[in-house]
Design a protein around this ligand. Structure first.
Ligand code: NIG
Ligand code: FE
Length: 390
């Protein structure tokens, strides 16, 4: 297999816990080199000790980080809701009901239209340094449209999530819809999905409904995750912790009991600061969560309603500026913790045997991700050992 050595790395973020003593949370190395063999990392260490390789790439004194792991997105949709965003910026509040607008447009789109739209958004993410991503359904809300949404998503990632329980469609009752989601819709979706998710919120699904839907998914082999405590306080976070879900996402409105339940569980709190930015909600207390011992990830939640950004760098900048994470904590949350939120340990870390998913920044340090907000800093991306950008 061809080997490539990347030299000239002024600062390398490894996220390797074995390097924490000297390199801190990010396992930082300076004047580093990385050897890539096929799709995997073969060697990481000081440039002066780098082994020979078939090919050499010079990073030119810039920083290299693990590719971002975006563990929460809703890319399978059609239509535009910029008018809703504009109304919010002049005083309207965000409600779950806007989802139905996108459902109508998504149902009317062809498979080809949905696929090419997802392809465009995935390319947009890749160009900004995202090398692993999760994609949810949730804008089909019929057996046929949820199954085809997941089939489209599965063309782009193995981390696909069935979110039939996004909102109750206008033409049915909650009871009938939960029966549909846990019955024929789940059966049609499961072959294309790894995960099951529920929007547990006022105006969407309550805790009992969420529990029943997650249990049905678990029975058929889907791992659970949850949208919870986005718009109001409620029992969603407690449910996620009780069930030992991989992640509970949003966590904007948390009571003290929610924080202690998270700290005592293995469930990751995935914060989505682009949503607070785009809905003018208060930001979640990321600092308080970390200080309480909660494991925190950052993700984009790229979707047409509450947050239409695909930029993990923006999420990092917001987490640093508005949620008081350090730049190191925010980058760790957007890489290694994103991987943990997807139950993955092969991505988000640069160490021998891990996926060769690397991003070359046009900057001497990862700190520039927050220090230079809004500036495109991605100079190159290797996905599974292959250069895909730059
Ligand atoms: O994660 N909260 C629920 N779902 C999406 C928004 C969906 C929409 O408004 O279209 C979210 O914020
Ligand atoms: Fe979401």
């Amino acid at each position: 297999m061809t080997t490539t050595v990347i030299t000239g790395i002024a600062e390398l973020v490894t996220n390797d816990p074995a390097r924490a003593d000297e390199g801190g949370l990010l396992g930082l190395l300076t004047d580093a080199a990385v050897v890539v063999e096929g799709s995997r990392i073969a060697w990481v260490g000081p440039a002066a000790e780098a082994p020979d390789a078939d090919l050499q790439v010079d990073a030119g004194g810039r920083a290299v980080i693990p590719g971002f792991v975006d563990s929460h997105s809703h890319l399978v949709f059609a239509g535009d809701r910029s008018a809703e965003f504009e109304a919010r910026m002049t005083g309207e509040t965000y409600t779950a009901g806007g989802i139905r607008t996108t459902v109508a447009r998504t149902r009317a789109a062809t498979d080809e239209q949905l696929t090419s739209h997802v392809a465009r958004l995935v390319a947009e993410m890749r160009a900004q340094g995202t090398t692993s991503l999760e994609i949810k359904s949730g804008y089909g809300l019929s057996v046929h449209d949820e199954a085809r949404s997941l089939a489209v998503a599965a063309q782009f990632t193995s981390e696909t999530t069935f979110l039939g329980a996004h909102v109750v469609p206008a033409d049915t009752t909650p009871e009938d819809y939960v029966a549909l989601v846990t019955g024929p819709m789940l059966a049609a979706a499961a072959p294309h999905a790894r995960w099951i998710d529920v929007f547990c919120e006022d105006g969407a699904f309550d805790v009992d409904q969420a529990r029943a839907i997650l249990a049905a998914g678990s029975d058929i082999g889907l791992r659970g995750r949850l949208h919870a405590n986005q718009l109001t306080y409620g029992g969603g976070v407690q449910l996620a912790c009780e069930l030992g879900l991989a992640a509970v996402d949003h966590c904007t409105f948390l009571a003290d009991d929610d924080v202690s339940a998270l700290a005592a569980s293995g469930t990751i709190a995935t914060l989505l600061p682009g949503v607070e930015f785009s809905t003018r909600q208060p930001y979640p207390d990321a600092r308080g969560l970390l200080d309480a011992g909660v494991r925190v990830a950052l993700a984009s939640d790229c979707n047409p309603g509450s947050c239409f950004t695909s930029s993990m760098a923006l999420c990092i900048a917001l987490a640093v500026r508005e949620m008081r994470l350090s730049p190191a904590e925010a980058l760790h949350a957007a890489t290694a913790m994103g991987a943990a939120a997807l139950d993955r340990d092969d991505v988000g870390v640069l160490a021998p045997g891990k996926a060769a998913d690397l991003v070359l920044l046009d900057a001497p340090s990862y700190v520039h991700l927050a220090y230079r907000p809004g500036v495109p800093l991605v100079a190159g991306v290797w996905q599974a050992g292959r250069p895909t950008v730059g």
